[in-house]
Every structure is written in structure tokens, then in C-alpha cells.
Design a protein around this ligand. Structure first.
Ligand code: GAL
Length: 376
């Protein structure tokens, strides 16, 4: 099925690739620039299929992991799995195949038709394993709010699925208050999105989920300079972000976490560190539709996190240039690249990528500016 679709897509996209190749490759036929929002052909001339993705650098090679989308509206849920590509220059990507495949076992958590989103992979120096975490909903209606974990011995996989879980069951965050340990509003449902007029710190979503574990929806992973890893997710019915510390093997939560931006309804968290300061970007909660981005910074992963407004400047800033944050790539020389998704929910496989350079400002904030084409 995957091969058939891949073949069809090659034919469909080949005309677009010829046009693209004429505009941004040299005589070598290799890409030499980023063209945000355009078709991005891989080594086979097929549009890269790695949405909601993240990058891991291993030696001199970058690996890009993302959701493999398929055609039409049906393609918004997982029919194939997590796709992996590799590159030395970030422009030209080789198809490494499916790193984590969905199953056809009706008992499996990662069976075809489930929601498997925003995969991120980190390497654990102590165990020598590549560890993948992703957003998992064992129901296409997004009512589960879990994170899945898989491991591999090689960066391109194959990854073996281990388990899924809610975040940090039976643990209170460092910044818990007495209110959270008190009663939960009567009738408060375990819903995907809290009602617009409900405040998590009035109805007590944190207390609601204490026993079974906190929601983990849009998520990312981050390895700090000391090797400690963190899982950052949209929690409490998509109203509040949580930063969770991971165990030394990166396979579990330690139970230590904090809540950040309570009640701000932010998702799509992406994080980077620059000159010793921690920066984050998030989107609002409007599903596949783009909205204005949000930025924040902190002196340490544990905060205090301070919001800094929409980092996008110029035309297109109200929709994050028709994209939603997924990851930041930090180059060896300290430059940082924003990775965003331009979703196409009516034909998921046609989703595009918006990569832009991060500009640092004197006041400690950062900006993103649209570019039709740019290079490093
Ligand atoms: C977005 C989220 C995506 C996907 C989508 C489904 O808000 O960032 O990863 O879950 O909702 O509607």
C-alpha cells in the first residue's frame, strides 16, 4: 500500500519538482536553498512526508522524523507510521523509510487509524539507544491524551514500540498549590479541550487527572546541556503546558514537573537554548488552522518562563506564515532554524514545511521573518 502510494505520488509531484528544481538547484541537481511552503523533493523526487517532525543530529548526519501523511481527509490519522529521512546539508534529504510502522493488530495501541503525531527522537548516551516519544490517541477522536514511547538501536530504526502512558500519574508539580489538592469542580469531564469559559485553575483540571495521569497531547523532547531530558506537552485539556523531567534512560517520567502558562491554551511547543537562555515557541489551539505564534524565554528549564509575544514580524505574522511550530534546529555554530508545518487537512499528504532562520534581538527576544527562499 505504501509503495503504491509512493509511486502515485512520484508521478503526481514530478511536474512540480521539475519547476522547483529549475528554481533552486544548481547544475548538480542538488537543492541549495530552503523554499518555505513549496514542494520539497527527497532523493527520489517525492515530496518529503515527515510532518509535525523533529531533527536529531548523529555525527555529521541529520535525521528528520515526522508523521507520514496519506491522501485526503483520511490522511490526517496514521495509516503508515513515522517516516525518517537523512541529510548532511539540511536541503537534500534521503528517504530512510518508515522508522516506526503502524500495526494491523486490533489489540495494538499503534494500530492503523490511530493518531500518532509530533514524534521526536533523542539519543541516550548511557544506554546507546535512540528513544522516540510521540503523541498517541488510541481513538481518532482525540479523547485519550497519551504519549507513546519506542526505541531503536540505529537512528533510522526500526523502532520498537514499548508502551503508552498519561504523564506523571500520582505526582504533583513543583508549582502545585493547595487549591489543586482540593476538590475538583462537580461534573468536570476529561475532555480534549476545556470549554472556552472554563479556567483550569477554577475547575481544577490538574486535580481531575492526578490519579490517572496528566494529559499529554502536542509534545516535544529536549536534551539539556547536562544530558537531562525533558518532555514538554500540552496538558489539562489543552489549557496548560507541562515540562516533565525524564529518567536517565529517557524511557519514563521521573515524576518531577512544572506547569507553565496555565490557562493560556497553547500547544505545538518547540524549544531551543541560545547563549545559555531557554526559548520556547507555541501556537494557539485552533486545530489544523494556523494562528499567531507565542514566544517565551527562561533562565533555566524550570523557569521562571516569561511570555514575549508573537515572534513573527511582517506580513503573515498573524498566521505564523500559515504554519505551526514543531521544532527548532540548532546548528553547530549556534544559528537556529524554525521548523513549522503548513497543514493541509483536506489532503494531508500535501502538507508543506516552513523553515525560517531565527533572528535574535538586543532585548533578548527572537523574531521570525518570511523569506521566499533562503540559504545558510
Ligand atoms: C493541532 C495540533 C496537531 C494536530 C491537530 C489536530 O492543534 O497541533 O498536531 O493534533 O491539532 O486537529
Amino acid at each position: 500500500m505504501y509503495d503504491v502510494m509512493k509511486g502515485l505520488l512520484t508521478i503526481t509531484l514530478s511536474a512540480a519538482c521539475i519547476v522547483l528544481a529549475a528554481s533552486c538547484t544548481g547544475n548538480s541537481g542538488k537543492l541549495k536553498s530552503f523554499t518555505p511552503g513549496e514542494i520539497w523533493p527527497d532523493n527520489n523526487g517525492v515530496h518529503i512526508n515527515a510532518h509535525g517532525g523533529g531533527i536529531l543530529k548523529v555525527g555529521k548526519t541529520y535525521y528528520w522524523y515526522g508523521e507520514h501523511k496519506t491522501e485526503g481527509t483520511a490522511g490526517n490519522v496514521a495509516h503508515v507510521g513515522i517516516h525518517c529521512y537523512s541529510s548532511r546539508d539540511l536541503y537534500n534529504w534521503k528517504d530512510e523509510g518508515i522508522a516506526l510502522a503502524v500495526t494491523h493488530d486490533p489489540e495494538s495501541d499503534i494500530r492503523e487509524g490511530m493518531v500518532i503525531e509530533r514524534p521526536k527522537v533523542i539519543f541516550n548516551e548511557k544506554t546507546g539507544k535512540y528513544v522516540m516519544w510521540f503523541h498517541l490517541e488510541r481513538d481518532p477522536q482525540y479523547i485519550d491524551g497519551r504519549t507513546g514511547i519506542a526505541v531503536a538501536d540505529a537512528p533510522q530504526g526500526p523502532f520498537t514500540y514499548i508502551r503508552c502512558t498519561r504523564a506523571t500519574p500520582k505526582s504533583w508539580p513543583d508549582n502545585v498549590t493547595d487549591f489543586h489538592k482540593g476538590p475538583v469542580a462537580e461534573g468536570l469531564q476529561d475532555v480534549t479541550n476545556l470549554l472556552p469559559d472554563q479556567d483550569p485553575d477554577v475547575v481544577n483540571t490538574l486535580g481531575r487527572d492526578f490519579e490517572q495521569g496528566q494529559h499529554s497531547r502536542d509534545m516535544t523532547l529536549f536534551v539539556d546541556v547536562d544530558g537531562k531530558a525533558y518532555h514538554i506537552c500540552s496538558s489539562e485539556s489543552n489549557t496548560t503546558l507541562h515540562i516533565n523531567e525524564l529518567t536517565d534512560d529517557y524511557l519514563d517520567f521521573t515524576g518531577r514537573y512544572i506547569r507553565i502558562f496555565p490557562g493560556r491554551r497553547l500547544e505545538a511547543p518547540a524549544i531551543f537554548i541560545h547563549d545559555g537562555r531557554y526559548y520556547m515557541m507555541m501556537s494557539g489551539c485552533t486545530g489544523w488552522a494556523p494562528n499567531p505564534g507565542h514566544s517565551a524565554s527562561a533562565p533555566s528549564i524550570w523557569g521562571p518562563w516569561e511570555e514575549m509575544g508573537n515572534p513573527c514580524v511582517g506580513e503573515g505574522k498573524e498566521t505564523t506564515f500559515d504554519s505551526q511550530s514543531t521544532f527548532f534546529i540548532t546548528l553547530d555554530d549556534g544559528r537556529v532554524i524554525y521548523m513549522g508545518d503548513r497543514w493541509r487537512p483536506e489532503n494531508a499528504i500535501d502538507g508543506r514545511y516552513v523553515w525560517l532562520p531565527v533572528e535574535f534581538n538586543e532585548d533578548g527576544s527572537y523574531s521570525l521573518r518570511w523569506q521566499d527562499s533562503w540559504s545558510l
